[in-house]
Design a protein around this ligand. Sequence first.
Ligand code: FAD
Length: 309
Amino acid sequence: MASPHHIESSVNNDNIKVSFEFFPPKNGKMEEQLWESVVKLAPFNPEYVSVTYGAGGSTKEPTLNTIKRIIDSNEVDINPAAHLTCVEASKEEVHNVVQEFRDAGVKHFVALRGDPSSGIGTKYQPHPDGYENAAALVRGLRDISDCEISVSAYPEKHPESPDFMTDLDMLKRKVDNGATRAITQFFFNNDDFERYVERARKAGIYIPIVPGILPIHNFTQVQKFAAMCGTSIPDWLVRRFDGLEDEPEVRSMVASAIATEQVVDLANRGFEEFHFYTMNRARLVFAVCQMLGLNQNGNSNGDENRNAA
Ligand code: FAD
């Protein structure tokens, strides 16, 4: 595990950029938790915070309301990005949603196909008047707006992709149609990510490919989710949570150490942009960003601190 000294001396935090992902709340209590997290993480000066969008438009209102709150807030000064899916929607319905988000002030979309409502792993059926995949959605979005468009990427390939070439081919089509940034599915093996980026560059994909980092709040849930979306769980990760079932404090410490270690290792490999899946909780992401020295509220003058101590 990298020591704090190692982090300070080897990561140039001037170049590090972060973004945070939230999901729309289902009730007032969840909204409170979401907003507390947004405010708590704001001092890390994110490039943007993104809000996910339920398949088939199931979260349109809460996603839009969350975005509006971010835009209208006097508490935070952050650019929002709206996720958008095209599953089970006609092109016209998608365009109407885009217009509503644009009217609210959105200038950045994360454009996704989305999972079938019958469940991850079941066959995707495009809407008869809709976009057939994310590449088509990106083209449609580009035609109707000059927004920033981010898309998904899969370092271990998407479960539906028969091989890496098919997967990279889809990413290339999204880029050719106007995507300007790719954000990856979460992963725990940095070698997989680095290899994927190398493959993408060889395939002529030159947009930033931003690693998606998932700090682990609940290891059992993460294992289940990873199995569905094709993320592998290395043995060393299982061992680190082994025997901690009744140790919530220690689990949290271990989780923040793991995420910090992952980000520092990626930074040491030259990656400078990180997208955090917050799960609407600030604690672990806060700890990681703090360890990276990104807190704008802190006293940045280390010498003064040392002299005063
Ligand atoms: P695409 O880019 O269209 O396809 C993904 C991959 O599947 C491609 O690489 C391609 O090779 C393969 N593929 C697609 N179709 C076929 C086919 N017919 N045959 C063979 N291979 C095929 N989901 C939500 O519902 N809401 C969200 O807000 C959301 N946000 C996300 C954010 C990020 C950063 C990521 C990584 C995922 C997100 N997802 C979200 C999940 C996403 O919707 C699913 O992973 C979905 O299954 C694929 O959507 P996509 O845009 O990646 O699809």
